[in-house]
Design a protein around this ligand. Sequence first.
Ligand code: DGY
Length: 325
Amino acid sequence: MAQTRLSVVVTRRLPAPVEARMAELFDARLRGDDAPMTRDEMAEALQEADVLVPTIRDRIDAGLLAGAGPRLKLIASYSAGVDHVDLAAARARGVLVSNTPGVLTEDTADMTMALILAVTRRIPEGLAMMQEGRWEGWSPTAMLGGRIAGRELAILGMGRIGQAVARRARAFGMRIGYHNRRRLRPEIEAELGARWWESLDQMVAQADVLSINCPHTPSTYHLINARRLKLMKPHAVVVNTSRGEVVDENALTRGLRAGEIAGAGLDVYENRAEINPRLRRMPNVVLLPHMGSATVEGRIEMGERVIVNIRAFQDGLCPPDLVVP
Ligand code: DGY
């Protein structure tokens, strides 16, 4: 007997091969254009949906879930992070939540290294000089940055992405320290050449570069705050490719202005609509538009993971990337 096709609501345009596969497999409600779904559109679509596929731009909160129809059983998020979903509310309503871990690890780690190099070697400043025709030729004292080989990289959050950053940084000759809820197994520490810091304060005080790679949860909110920034070395740099909320952005801006740290490379912000305007004007700050996972391959693989999770659910199995609150 033919299986009933699941009604799957997708809130945002996805790469074409992903949309084509979804249309084949499900009764998929896809976006015609790249505009995000409004909350009202989402609330209306959820009346009849079995599965919702949101992105990090959508707030899936208790109110939205309370108004959803009884068929809604799975939120298969097109993302690794799930801080846009109220997991407790989903659980209370019997709705499963899955994500797309693993497939954006290498791309995000690449972008972390790109930001470390961009800030320490002043790449955007050099680019601007060339584009604006200001270069007057090579000089022994012009455009000097810092050498990253031999510097101490402190990684906050040593999950998949943190470990991928460590592997890359080690190849660049950096020394690696990390702080994580749980210490890694000794053989993994040995493979990464990474030293565990039980104390985050001590780790940030030692760091030449601090890379934020932990998820945003209530316990990581503003972990990097004014007090911890003051502990850092004045030549240190902060790089964040995870979630803006882990860093107190106003404190970071003040710290940069006061010379408490030397620079920052940010791919994520506390509030995309209200990035501190001072950050945009600092030559020692490199800002990117949340593009850590933005490769053609990565975005297709994210879609493939979403489909794997929906199909498992359809077959009565546990979605492999189930998020456990
Ligand atoms: C995610 O999926 O959580 C990423 O932040 C998107 O790049």
